[in-house]
Design a protein around this ligand. Structure first.
Ligand SMILES: [Zn+2]
Length: 329
């Protein structure tokens, strides 16, 4: 499982370029599902047939990144954000474009008052070009780049870029592999462009038209110094989401998840996330409304190149998803 997590986190797939991760996922799940398709927005949809209610599981394949807006006469790239990128997290990080071009995010402090926090507009990406012409041989306006950040483990801790949401993708993949029996008609959707406002999930929910939906994504934790007061902590188990800024979990799904965790002895905790959302936010509003829930993986330093999870929480999330499917919704 950790080998798979390493492999998936290291594939660059900023929002809008999710196709780069499709082959890796397809290879893993193909023997275990009935059909796999890719829709117009870049959602990879796997179907495992059943006779019961139609259930959609979703984990997003895209990650935050940068998009080139302008190339200066000195060959430096001005960039805008793809998803929730903060200048502080981006500064002095390495980025990688689809064609393999690498760059370093740096700061132009000409217009920045001393002591003020930089904005994205103060940053540029240096790809080692000295003129606009030289830069344009490697990069075009509109090209997108992902941050680099190697995968490593230490004890129960795993650190990498893009654990948001390759950790969720791994939960779905492992779940697909481990299910022994099911009655629900199952759709596993590896969604596109979540970081741009849940766009892929919205289209996929229209296509799948589920009776119930469960997203798998990372969530923040309140166990590090700072202003965020939140009950979720690393190592506390799979987080059963109750609310975030995009939706409220349906009481039936929340109750079903809780019962299963109690019955099976799966470590779990409850999550109320005051700022942030996930695919369930779009899915639950599709059609005439879809009772939805979310299994979250507690994660420190989200949207940085060094996101951190506890591997035991990931395992708990897999056990919960497998049990939910085997018991049925
Ligand atoms: Zn996410």
């Amino acid at each position: 499982m950790l080998k798979l997590l390493e492999k998936l986190t290291q594939i660059p797939a900023p929002s809008g370029s999710e196709e780069r991760i499709h082959n890796a996922i397809r290879e893993e799940i193909a023997p275990f599902v009935d059909e796999i398709s890719v829709d117009a927005l870049g959602n990879l949809i796997a179907h495992k047939k059943g006779n019961g209610a139609r259930v959609m599981f979703a984990a997003h394949t895209d990650e935050i990144g940068l998009i080139v807006t302008f190339i200066t006469d000195k060959g430096l790239l001005k960039v805008s954000n793809l998803g929730g990128v903060s200048a502080i997290n981006a500064l002095y990080q390495r980025v990688c474009f689809a064609n393999g071009t690498e760059g370093v995010v740096s700061l132009d402090n000409t217009n920045l008052e001393d002591g003020k926090t930089p904005r994205l507009s103060d940053l540029y990406v240096d790809i080692g070009a000295s003129t606009q012409e030289e830069a344009e041989k490697k990069v075009c306006i509109g090209d997108t780049a992902a941050f680099s950040g190697k995968f490593s483990t230490q004890g129960n801790m795993a650190v990498s870029k893009a654990l948001d949401d390759r950790a969720g993708c791994v939960v779905l993949i492992e779940t697909i592999k481990q299910i022994k029996s099911h009655t629900n008609d199952l759709y596993f959707v590896f969604t596109a462009s979540e970081e741009l406002g849940l766009r892929g999930a919205k289209a996929a929910a229209f296509t799948v038209n589920p009776d119930y939906a469960v997203a798998i994504d990372v969530t923040r934790t309140g166990d590090v110094p700072g202003k965020l007061e939140m009950a979720v902590r690393l190592g506390g188990g799979a987080a059963i989401k109750i609310k975030d800024s995009s939706f409220m979990a349906h009481p039936y799904i929340k109750q079903r998840m809780t019962e299963i965790c109690e019955e099976k002895g799966i470590p779990h905790q409850f999550e109320v996330l005051e700022q942030g959302g996930t695919d369930s936010g779009a899915i639950h509003l599709s059609g005439g409304g879809v009772p939805s829930g979310c299994i979250s993986i507690p994660t420190r330093y989200i949207h940085s190149p060094a996101e951190m999870i506890d591997i035991r929480d990931l395992e708990a999330a897999i056990r919960l998803a497998v049990s939910l499917i085997e018991k049925g919704l």
